[in-house]
Write a protein that binds this ligand. Structure first.
Ligand SMILES: Cc1ncc(COP(=O)(O)O)c(C=O)c1O
Length: 453
């Protein structure tokens, strides 16, 4: 999981190509699969032609899916980015239902092309788009820490489904019957927010009962990331359309939708696109899926993720700048908050984007690459490879803990640095902030050179 920088230092990479590298950088299984295709002399790009490599990929993918879903499903390969597969999913359900509208969630991220952008929750990245694409009806995603209803917990999930049902069933709610609903089982870019399993099951029931196709976007959660091969397995729901990309191409660009046969009413060529037949990506993807399954990496991700969550929660008890720690499997988030600001009525402090950026910079100094996401980019995100060793996981935790200590100590006003904030924290629990702050750069660099990979 390590990469060497231009500075000659080795970094532990918890960004993993935005979650693409399920097996880490240049895993031998992936390299061997790519080499085999190259050495075979087979064509590298074939558009829609059937090939043994494509057959192998499709078989491996379908074998990895819940059998009740895979049994009668269809596949459409898409232009190689996840966002194009989202566009295909939207087009598919619109064609099949003859309707235009869409249900999408607060905090969602589905990509950067027009339809996917409209389905996403981030208005800052789509200036000028209004009016060019049909806007979805926005529904509240149960984000416990910053609950859209101000209540949190199971009640928030219940209110979310209640609101959705009311909108759909009230003849005067002002919304047309939609073509579909799109949801992430764990919001990644939204700030690592796992959806409660019960909530997903209720969504599945209420959409099925009203003939609304359910699109589950597993671009980021797929291929073992959340502790199951596919995140839908946690709740047991079966989607109507599954969107896959990122890790499914084994580090090379590949995306597809897998969908129920009844929806397959669009004409051949309805979702064209040149780069839909990359044989190297299919070979790398098949090898990755096989390796993840054979080595039981989802279970490994679940165990490692639990361990890291426990350690990070311990750290949160020590450092008030950590507002929340959450995740599923090896999709983890640490939400940083502004301890100098006033909390809201639930006691939640405002986001601290500056602090999050400082933590990322401190982490880089210590040889750790992390990603930011979430509301106001205040969530430090970890997406390490599923192959991460115990020692690497420990090093990730240590480096991140030191980075948060150092950055949060530096962010506090001088008068507050000597004492811990928050209730019930004794002096003995005060993080060694001064020590972390004074840690010489040379020491951090030496630490970063540890070849842990
Ligand atoms: C859930 C989800 N859907 C779609 C996308 C878009 O994928 P791409 O960046 O390959 O277009 C992403 C990317 O991060 C994602 O996380």
């Amino acid at each position: 999981m390590t990469v060497e920088g231009a500075d000659g230092r080795r970094y532990l990479d918890c960004l993993s190509g935005a979650g693409t590298l399920a097996l880490g950088h240049n895993h031998p299984v992936v390299l061997e699969a790519i080499r085999r295709v190259l050495d075979s002399g087979a064509p590298l790009h074939v558009l829609d032609l059937a090939t043994p490599v494509k057959d192998d990929f499709t078989t491996e993918l379908f074998d990895s899916l819940p059998p009740e879903f895979a049994r009668d499903a269809r596949i459409q390969f898409c232009g190689p980015a996840g966002t194009d597969a989202v566009e295909a999913a939207l087009k598919l359900v619109r064609t099949a239902t003859g309707r235009g509208g869409l249900l999408a969630f607060t905090g969602a991220y589905h990509g950067m092309t027009a339809g996917a952008l409209a389905a996403g929750g981030d208005t800052a990245v789509r200036p000028g788009l209004a009016g060019t694409v049909q806007q979805p009806v926005r529904l509240p995603y149960p984000y416990d820490y910053r609950c859209p209803f101000g209540v949190g917990g199971r009640e928030a999930a219940r209110l979310s489904t209640h609101w959705t049902t009311a909108l759909l069933d009230d003849p005067k709610s002002g919304i047309e019957p939609p073509a579909g609903m799109i949801v992430e089982a764990v919001q990644g870019e939204g700030g690592v927010i796992p959806a409660p399993d019960d909530w997903l099951r209720e969504l599945r029931q209420l959409t099925a009962a009203r003939g609304i196709p359910l699109i589950v976007d597993e671009v980021q959660t797929g291929v073992g990331r959340t502790g199951r091969l596919w995140a839908v397995e946690h709740s047991g729901i079966l989607p109507d359309v599954l969107v896959v990309s990122k890790a499914v191409g084994g580090s090379l660009p590949l995306s597809a939708i897998v969908y129920r046969a009844e929806l397959d009413v669009w004409a051949p060529g309805a979702h064209a696109g040149t780069f839909r037949g990359n044989q190297l990506a299919m070979a790398a993807g098949a090898a990755t899926l096989r390796h993840v399954r054979e080595q039981r990496l989802p279970a490994r991700a679940a165990a490692l993720g639990e361990r890291l969550l426990t350690r990070l929660r311990g750290l949160a008890a020590e450092l008030p700048a950590i507002g929340d720690v959450r995740g599923r499997g090896l999709m983890l988030g640490v939400e940083l908050v502004d301890t100098t600001a006033e909390p809201d009525p639930r006691g939640t402090l405002p986001a601290a984007p500056g602090l999050a950026a400082a933590v990322r910079a401190q982490a880089l100094r210590r040889g750790l690459i992390v990603e930011l996401g979430g509301r106001h980019s205040s969530v430090v995100r970890l997406l390490p490879p599923l192959t991460m060793t115990d020692d690497q996981a420990e090093a990730v935790f240590e480096r991140l803990a030191e980075s948060i200590r150092a950055a949060s100590a530096a962010a506090l006003p001088p008068s507050a640095r000597a004492r811990p904030r928050g209730q019930g924290r004794s002096q003995a629990q005060v993080p060694p902030q001064a020590q972390a702050q004074a840690q010489p750069q040379a020491q951090a660099q030496a630490q970063a050179r540890d070849a842990l990979g």
